[in-house]
Design a protein around this ligand. Structure first.
Ligand code: MV4
Length: 446
């Protein structure tokens, strides 16, 4: 087992990882930017190394500084959390070269899954269902026209280096193809340094349902059921829940098997997520594979009673997985509490936290790094807490969430708590009747 893990992240996920390390008897090293010197991850870790100024590129994204911190503290592994360097192939490769275990995917896996068109082809060849469309990349407008006609409008073009909605265009008729192909290519070129595009049939009003998987070094893989992440705004998830209100035992079996097939096809090691789009007929299509621990992992932990970070560390250290699938025994919901003003277009609201009261009681989990007096820096993600409820039924989990949200006091900054309070009372949400289009019509004033 590892003796010392460097946590190459900040905020709640850094704390989350440090807590599990403590429980496993593993020493921890925090790294921090000057903006985070008063952060809890710095206080909770056994050692802490300042790695630079606030800008992410000079600190949490700075590979040489993080490797230096691992070298001087003698860390034998690095946990990257989510975001930052968690899916950076170069970082994973450099860790290998320095003989520091990267608790995440191999560089080859990150590269293979990071190229979305390539990932899709890999999955199609493995027999996982994918959205109909181009065979790999679209290289010119004539090919785009032919493929669109064959696929049938509407179609969607996506940047192969993309993800999170950037470099993506929906096209309803042929006239719109050329201008969108050109602008999306330019956008992708500027954002990712790679303008290559592929094309798919556009699935209208899909649900975003993902399957948690875990694989080991011995060629075994299993699934840990789904999370429904359809409540999103501008590709930012706001609420996640498991089980999905749209799920059936039969669909879970089919999606779980597809996710395992995906994992086995790439010999996946560690915890990962296979994202699917699910249409109203319960057809599902492979979208992307995430090779990291995700923000929303706690809801899975709560319904199957399983520590995913512990599992990540155990698998990275060479331990075998149990080899059985896990099914939700409870219902869990996560609300992402962001320092943003929901009444002002979710505009970020950094600043100093005044009075703070955190909800508690039966079935409540709060993953957060904030405290009274803490200053939320403007340089990073605006998420300040994840409020998770777990109960026997969806109705109870929603009622518990409403109760917890109404107890939560975060003074000094605007937060998304008022949004979540309204969402928990929304009839459509309460019925579980929502798709990725839900937030486009959700009215905060109701
Ligand atoms: C799609 C789609 C409809 N049809 N692909 C958005 C981000 C990227 N991961 C995939 N995305 C989508 N791909 C086809 N063929 C609709 C979306 C999409 C979406 C997907 C998941 C969650 C929220 C979304 C919001 C808008 C569009």
């Amino acid at each position: 087992m590892f003796k010392k893990i460097l946590v190459a992240n900040r905020g709640e996920i850094a704390l989350r990882i440090i807590r599990t390390c403590k429980e496993m008897g593993i020493k921890t090293v925090a790294v921090y930017s000057t903006a985070d010197r008063d952060s809890l991850h710095v206080k909770f870790a056994d050692e802490a190394v300042c790695i630079g100024p606030p800008a992410s590129k000079d600190s949490y994204l700075n590979i040489s500084r993080i490797i230096s911190a691992a070298e001087i503290t003698n860390a034998d592994a690095i946990h990257p959390g989510y975001g930052f360097l968690s899916e950076n192939a170069k970082f994973s490769r450099i860790c290998q070269e320095y003989k520091i275990k990267f608790i995440g995917a191999s560089p080859e896996m990150i590269e293979g899954m990071g190229d979305k068109s390539n990932a899709k082809m890999t999955m199609r060849l493995a027999g996982v269902s994918v959205v109909p469309g181009s065979d790999g990349l679209i290289t010119d407008i004539e090919q785009a026209k032919i493929t669109a006609k064959e696929t049938g409008y509407p179609v969607i073009i996506k940047a192969t280096a993309g993800g999170g909605g950037r470099g993506m265009r929906i096209i309803w008729k042929e006239e719109e193809l050329l201008p969108n192909f050109e602008s999306a290519t330019k956008e992708a070129e500027a954002a990712f340094g790679n303008g290559a595009m592929y094309m798919e049939k556009y699935i209208e009003e899909p649900r975003h349902i993902e399957i948690q998987i875990v694989g080991d070094q011995f060629g075994k893989a299993c699934h840990l059921s789904e999370r429904d992440c359809s409540v999103q705004r501008r590709h930012q998830k706001l609420v996640e829940e498991t089980p999905s209100p749209f799920m059936t035992d039969e669909l879970r079996e089919r999606m779980g098997n597809a996710a395992i097939k995906a994992a086995l096809a790439v010999k996946y090691e560690g915890v990962g997520t296979v994202e699917f789009l699910v249409d109203k007929y319960r057809n599902f299509y492979f979208m992307e594979m995430n090779t990291r621990i995700q923000v929303e992992h706690p809801i899975t932990e709560e319904v199957i009673n399983y520590d995913l970070v512990r599992e990540q560390i155990l698998v990275a250290a060479g331990n075998p997985i149990s080899g059985k699938n896990y099914y939700p025994q409870m219902h869990a919901i996560e609300c992402r509490i962001n320092a943003e003003d929901p009444f002002n277009n979710f505009r970020p609201s950094p600043g100093k936290i005044g009075n703070l009261f955190t909800p508690g009681g039966h079935g409540i989990r709060v993953d957060s790094h904030i405290y009274s007096g803490y200053v939320i820096p403007p340089n990073y993600d605006s998420m300040v807490a994840k409020l998770i409820t777990v109960a026997q039924t969806r109705e109870e989990a929603i009622a518990k969430m409403h109760r917890a949200l109404s107890e939560y006091v975060i003074e000094g900054v605007k937060t998304t708590i008022p949004f979540h309070l309204r969402l928990m009372q929304n009839e459509q949400f309460k019925k579980g009747d929502y798709t990725t289009k839900f937030m486009e019509t959700f009215d905060l004033s109701e």
